[in-house]
Design a protein around this ligand. Structure first.
Ligand code: SAM
Length: 265
C-alpha cells in the first residue's frame, strides 16, 4: 500500500469492507488463480529517469495537464493512449522532483457523498463543482479470475441481486486479436467507486491507469463539468440484445431503457 494514498471514505453498510486499493480474490487453488496471482504481484519495471516529469518527454508523460492549479486529464490526449503513472521506482520519486504523472495513485477526489435514491439504491454525488478531466476515484475491489467472476455473476442473477462486477476489456499491445480482461468485484470489499450508478448519458468515463502493477486501475474521470449535488455516473457498457433483464432508471433523454449487463465474451 502506498503511504501517499489518502482515502477517508467509509461504507454505510457494515457488511461491506472498505478497501482503498484492489485486493486479490481468495485462492481457489485453480490454475487461473495462480496466473492472476503472478500478475497481481508483478511489479512494472518501466521507471523513468527524469529530473522533472513535466510533459511528454517523460516516458510516462503526456496524459495529465495543470489547469487552474488542478492536475486534470489532458483534453487533447489520444483515446488509445495507455496511462502509466510514475511509480516509486522512478527517479522523480527518489529525488522528490516535480512530477505531473501521478494522480490516480493519490486516491479519490474530496467532497463525494453516498446518497440513497428511491429507485436504484445508493448512488454517489458531489458536494462541490467538479471540472472536466478531474479524477473522481478508482473502482476498486476484489480482482477476480474470469471463472470466479462468472460464478458470482450467475449467483447474483439467480438471486436478483445488484451487480457490482466490472469487466474491463483492453486490446493487447502485442497481439491485436488478444483481449486483456480485468474483473473487479467491490460487492464485499470495495471503495467509494462501488456506489456509482450507470447512466446512458454519463458525466464520467472509465480510463485504465497502471502505476506499478500490470493489473490496471479502473479509473473514473469527469468527462464534462459536474455541478454540486449532481450524481456521478459512468456507462456500464452496451446493452446486450439477448440479455435485457433490468430496466435502466437513469432518466436521460437518450436512455436505452435497459441496464447493460456484464459481458464475458
Ligand atoms: C455498482 S452498483 C451501483 C450502486 C448501487 N446502486 C448500490 O445501491 O450500491 C450497480 C447496481 O446499481 C443499480 N443501478 C445502477 N445504475 C442503475 C440505473 N441506471 N438504473 C437502475 N438501476 C441501476 C443496479 O441494481 C446495478 O446492478
Amino acid at each position: 500500500m502506498r503511504i501517499s494514498l489518502i482515502d477517508d471514505y467509509e461504507h454505510l453498510d457494515e457488511d461491506v469492507e472498505y478497501i482503498i486499493e484492489n485486493i486479490l480474490q481468495e485462492n481457489d487453488n485453480s490454475g487461473d488463480f495462480k496466473k492472476l496471482e503472478e500478475e497481481f504481484y508483478c511489479i512494472l519495471a518501466n521507471s523513468c529517469d527524469c529530473i522533472e516529469c513535466k510533459n511528454e518527454k517523460c516516458s510516462h508523460g503526456g496524459s495529465y495537464e495543470i489547469k487552474n492549479n488542478k492536475l486534470l486529464l489532458k483534453e487533447a490526449r489520444g483515446c488509445d493512449d495507455l496511462i502509466y503513472e510514475c511509480n516509486e521506482n522512478c527517479f522523480c520519486s527518489r529525488s522528490h522532483s516535480m512530477c505531473l504523472n501521478k494522480l490516480v495513485q493519490f486516491g479519490p477526489h474530496e467532497g463525494l457523498e453516498i446518497k440513497k435514491f428511491h429507485d436504484k439504491g445508493y448512488g454517489l454525488i458531489t458536494k462541490e463543482f467538479i471540472p472536466k478531466g478531474t479524477f473522481i476515484c478508482e473502482y476498486a475491489g476484489e480482482v477476480l479470475t474470469k471463472n470466479e467472476a462468472f460464478k458470482r455473476d450467475q449467483l447474483n442473477q439467480a438471486s436478483n441481486k445488484m451487480n457490482y462486477i466490472f469487466c474491463l476489456n483492453e486490446i493487447s499491445m502485442t497481439s491485436k486479436d488478444e483481449k486483456i480482461q480485468t474483473f473487479i468485484d467491490p460487492s464485499r470489499k470495495g471503495n467509494i467507486g462501488r456506489y456509482i450508478n450507470h447512466s446512458c448519458d454519463a458525466n464520467c468515463e472509465i480510463i485504465s491507469v497502471r502505476v506499478d502493477s500490470i493489473i490496471p486501475k479502473i479509473s473514473i474521470f469527469a468527462k464534462r463539468d459536474i455541478c454540486a449535488q449532481q450524481e456521478i455516473t459512468f456507462s456500464y457498457g452496451d446493452v446486450d440484445a439477448n440479455n435485457k433483464t433490468k430496466m435502466c432508471l437513469c432518466g436521460a433523454n437518450i436512455c436505452k431503457i435497459y441496464l447493460p449487463n456484464i459481458s464475458f465474451s
